[in-house]
Ligand binder design. Structure first.
Ligand SMILES: O=C(O)c1ccccc1NCC(=O)[C@H](O)[C@H](O)COP(=O)(O)O
Length: 250
């Protein structure tokens, strides 16, 4: 079992015990992401979800000011922000989620290893509009229940799949916004061919987000041909934020 998988359970338990954010009653309405992706596509632009990401188990490391970064992404056309909140390995935090949510007027995705309703309460309280659910770390009943719980807040769930089995489970649970992640959770390798194969298997009525390892406009064009509607990009934009203009314009 990769060491990083031990970290996030510690975060989940510690945050549940501390319940650190319930005092921060939500101050803004939930912003839907799916209509924004569709509208951006109709305008001939690439819907880019820019991820605020400081570290990763695969060796990425980049520090930036979350306010400055998220403002720059929004000003240059990002359809949404993604904020990693896992603390132990990714050095993310709930405070970054709250800060980015106060900074931008586009949807904000809480990217974490979500396994409890408590984490979804916290996501809502801190201003998230979308919450990540990773099929691989949940049973089908857990996925179905957490998806319903997210929807009860009028938030959307980005249901992330890594292979065909995940895909079948996600479809049975009624996922409408699905992420296909090229990063293998165990080997940490990027498997783009596999991601493109899964993208082509997704039904037309599901909004498809390609995730991980996207570095160039050319890759975005190829993923579009394979059916991707939106693109979640972390490392390459954190390293070079000015790439956002080219990524959005296509
Ligand atoms: O980024 C990692 O190394 C990683 C390893 C294990 C589990 C998740 C991981 N990343 C979370 C993500 O899904 C990515 O941060 C996100 O898709 C952006 O990927 P990238 O553009 O390659 O930074």
């Amino acid at each position: 079992m990769p060491r990083y998988l031990e970290g996030w359970i510690k975060d989940v338990v510690e945050n549940a015990l501390r319940r650190p954010y319930l005092s921060r009653a939500r101050e803004k309405p939930v912003l839907p992401l799916i209509p924004r992706i569709k509208k951006m596509k109709e305008s001939g632009l690439n819907p880019i979800i820019a991820e605020f990401k400081r570290r990763s188990p695969s060796g990425f490391a980049q520090d930036r000011d979350p306010v400055e970064y998220s403002r720059l992404m929004e000003q240059n056309g990002a359809v949404a922000m993604s904020v990693i909140t896992e603390n132990t390995v990714f050095q993310g935090s709930y405070d970054y989620l709250y800060t980015v949510g106060k900074t931008v007027k586009i949807p904000v995705l809480m990217k974490d290893f979500v396994v409890t309703e408590n984490q979804i309460d916290t996501a809502y309280d801190l201003g998230a509009d979308v919450v990540l659910l990773i099929v691989r770390i949940l049973t089908e009943r857990e996925l179905s229940g957490l998806l319903e719980y997210i929807n009860s807040y009028n938030m959307e769930a980005l249901v992330e799949v890594h292979d065909e089995q995940d895909l079948e489970i996600a479809l049975r649970c009624g996922a409408k916004l699905m992420g296909v992640n090229s990063r293998d959770l165990i080997s940490l390798s990027i498997q783009k061919e596999k991601m493109m194969k899964i993208l082509e298997m997704l039904p037309r009525d599901v909004v498809k987000v390609a995730e991980s390892g996207i570095e160039t406009k050319e890759e975005i064009s190829l993923l579009k041909e394979k059916g991707a509607d939106a693109f979640l990009i972390g490392s390459s934009l954190m390293r070079d934020p000015d790439k956002i203009k080219a990524f959005v314009s296509g």
